[in-house]
Design a protein around this ligand. Structure first.
Ligand SMILES: [Zn+2]
Length: 182
């Protein structure tokens, strides 16, 4: 039973999340890194990933269309973001450990974590609303007025550019150190 559950979820991850979710690393990484003084970097970036558990869940339960529901709205997303911020506060040592590995200075505070949970999910919902027709970002207002304000391939391109910019910014300190040593 447990094994088939794992198998089923892995299949769903590959079918539904792998093609789209990684794009969110671009904008969330860049914004989270640039504003890391005020934003909790890992909470913000991971919020952009965990919100898509909703899509997995809807698929797993065979609820059908729309795939984007409660968590993919500003209101519902705020609630999910607060919960995620709360959980992140509890698992703080894990986040600190991760930040230590990728060498990003990290001083978490409860307020920052809650705020970053909400902002992270909002950022995800904003990108998704432009990309996917079924995101009711302004729920209870039913219409997605952001859908296709730019084309899907443009959304993807912007995400990739953001990812590139983030990686360059992230590498600058290492690069400087390397030059100093020479
Ligand atoms: Zn999504």
């Amino acid at each position: 039973m447990a094994e088939s559950l794992v198998f089923h979820f892995t299949l769903l991850v590959f079918n539904f999340l792998m093609p789209v979710t990684p794009y969110h690393f671009g904008p969330s990484g860049l914004v989270g890194y640039v504003f890391r003084k005020w934003i909790d970097f890992p909470v913000f970036v991971l919020a952009n990933v965990i919100v898509d558990i909703e899509v997995l869940w809807v698929n797993y339960l065979h609820l059908g269309w729309p795939y984007h529901r409660f968590a993919h709205t500003l209101l519902g997303g705020a609630a999910v973001g607060l919960l995620w911020g709360l959980l992140a506060y509890v698992i703080q040592p894990v986040l600190k450990f991760g930040m230590n590995i990728i060498r990003i200075n990290y001083t978490p505070t409860f307020k920052k974590m809650l705020l970053s949970g909400v902002l992270g999910i909002w950022m995800h919902v904003l990108v998704d609303a432009v990309y996917h027709y079924d995101v009711k970002i302004f729920w209870p207002f039913p219409k997605n007025i952001l859908w296709r304000i730019i084309y899907q391939h443009q959304v993807k391109l912007i995400c990739l550019i953001c990812l590139g910019a983030f990686l360059v910014l992230y590498m600058i300190p290492t690069f400087k150190q390397f030059l100093k040593k020479r």
